[in-house]
Design a protein around this ligand. Structure first.
Ligand code: AMP
Length: 449
């Protein structure tokens, strides 16, 4: 029997409802900030990620799922390399949403000269070949938001406010989330800093892992992301980028903090926060929770990427964004006793007292659904008793009982599944009666349709 790939999940039932609830919540919270929904392909040309995320990052070097058509795969096998394939034939599943979004902004010319910033959000699956663990999947889901076209520090703060509002709207307790922020400067001040950092790593090279030994020259900032405990200890005393910011970057960072203070958003400055991808500049941030996630405590993160538009082939354009991990938020909510997917939605169940009632049940279901009421019935010739059991299982608030005696008088029975009160109603009044009763039922109102 085939099994799902390692580190992936099937989405159904409460889990699926939770994912939909998170998307609805994003639409509602982000909508008030003027964000429009956006969708890019699940796969992009490999270069979109290699150039954008950085070819020395773990995501690109170790974790990306590559995609080749069967024909191109065969060609690459025969040639012993895929380098002969055109760039357009070398694809990868997206490990994150920003690089593809920026590609789409450029390709569709969404920021012609002088236009307002593009504000967009997306919800979708991302793919990383990481070692699966609690809260760490190979196919996971993110809700992300991006703004391209502005460098105003108020925007950084506003985006962070929106992110924190989103967590609260999802139900996470305010004091359970911790916001970390940092500034990693721009390519100019970072160049100087990288030299200092590289020298520091070199002075500890013998104690560091092989990856960090390479990183010390290729991309020393990535040593902050190293999962090796000794490297992490050594990096705690490394020079801090925030001390090496140029005047402009320092002023930008100070302004972001000012706006966060104005908005009463509490944050912790974390000088070791550099994020795992190369495209970030200036403001970076992450949100962590303490309970429910084991080692994977980050439930979201983001930052400025003022250089990415240019890297992907567009005009230099400042931008900022974040992404939130659905599965981790769901785990964090569960640890706080909250089911994001709620209970099974309520319904009305139409019971056939005898098999001869099938046609009448069929017609009634059509009438009830016509009034936009979720309606269920039996399709397997169940006894009346087992239809009632199924009605309970499907969270029926009301059952409609269709029997030969009632039907002879052109009536049906309506039974309230909570109070067990039962009344007889003329067939042509069933829908009105259901609508009236369900409108009075707070639970049904909250859960229907
Ligand atoms: P990142 O940009 O890597 O920080 O990812 C943003 C968010 O996506 C993280 O804070 C996590 O909540 C989530 N995330 C990242 N990688 C994974 C993964 N492998 N499995 C589940 N969630 C993930």
């Amino acid at each position: 029997m085939a099994r799902k790939p390692e580190g992936t999940q099937d989405l159904f039932g409460a889990h699926m409802r939770a994912w939909l609830a998170m998307q609805d919540c994003a639409r509602s919270v982000f909508g008030t900030y003027g964000f429009e929904p956006f969708e890019t392909p699940t796969m992009e040309q490999l270069d979109v990620f290699v150039h954008g995320i950085g070819d020395t990052t773990d995501v690109v070097q170790k974790e990306m799922f590559r995609v080749l058509s069967a024909q191109n795969f065969q060609r690459a096998l025969e040639a012993g390399t895929e380098q002969n394939l055109k760039a357009s034939k070398r694809l990868a599943l997206r490990p994150e949403g920003t690089a593809g979004f920026v590609r789409a902004v450029i390709e569709n010319n969404l920021i012609p000269q002088g236009s307002s910033p593009v504000k967009a959000f997306y919800c979708g699956a991302m793919f990383r070949g990481e070692r699966p663990a609690k809260g760490r999947l190979r196919q996971f889901h993110q809700v992300g938001a991006e703004v391209v076209g502005a460098e105003d520090p108020a925007l950084d703060a506003e985006l962070i406010c929106m992110l924190m509002e989103f967590y609260q709207a999802l139900g996470l307790a305010k004091d359970s989330t911790k916001l970390l922020i940092n500034s990693i400067g721009d390519p100019h001040c970072r160049a100087e800093y990288k030299k200092k950092l590289s020298a520091y790593i070199h002075s500890h090279l013998d104690d560091m892992c092989e990856d960090c030994q390479v990183r010390s020259t290729t991309n020393p900032l990535r040593a902050f992301d190293c999962k090796n405990e000794t490297c992490q200890e050594i990096m705690k005393d490394a020079p801090k980028i925030v001390d090496a910011l140029c005047d402009d970057c320092a002023a930008h960072y100070a302004a972001v903090k000012h706006y966060l203070d104005e908005a009463h958003i509490s944050y912790t400055e974390d000088p070791a926060l550099v994020r795992g991808l190369d495209y970030y500049t200036r403001t970076v941030f992450e949100v962590h929770v303490e309970a429910g996630l084991g080692a994977q405590t980050a439930i979201g993160g983001g930052g400025r990427y003022d250089g990415l538009m240019e890297i992907e082939g567009g005009k230099p354009t400042p931008a900022i964004g974040f992404a939130v991990g659905f599965e981790r938020v769901e785990l964090a909510l569960q640890a706080q006793g909250i089911e994001l997917g709620g209970t099974h939605p309520a319904c009305v169940y139409v019971v056939a007292a005898t098999p001869e009632m099938r046609d009448a049940v069929f017609a009634l279901c059509r009438q009830i659904r016509g009034a936009h009421i979720r309606c269920e019935a039996d399709y397997q010739g169940r006894s009346m008793k087992s239809q009632m059991k199924q009605a309970n299982k499907l969270n029926a608030r009301i059952t409609v009982l269709v029997g030969p005696d009632e039907l002879a008088h052109n009536t049906v029975g309506l039974r309230d599944m909570q109070t067990h009160e039962q009344i007889t109603v003329p067939c042509d009044a069933v829908v009105d009666e259901l609508v009236a009763r369900l409108n009075d039922d707070a639970f049904a109102q909250a859960n229907f349709i």
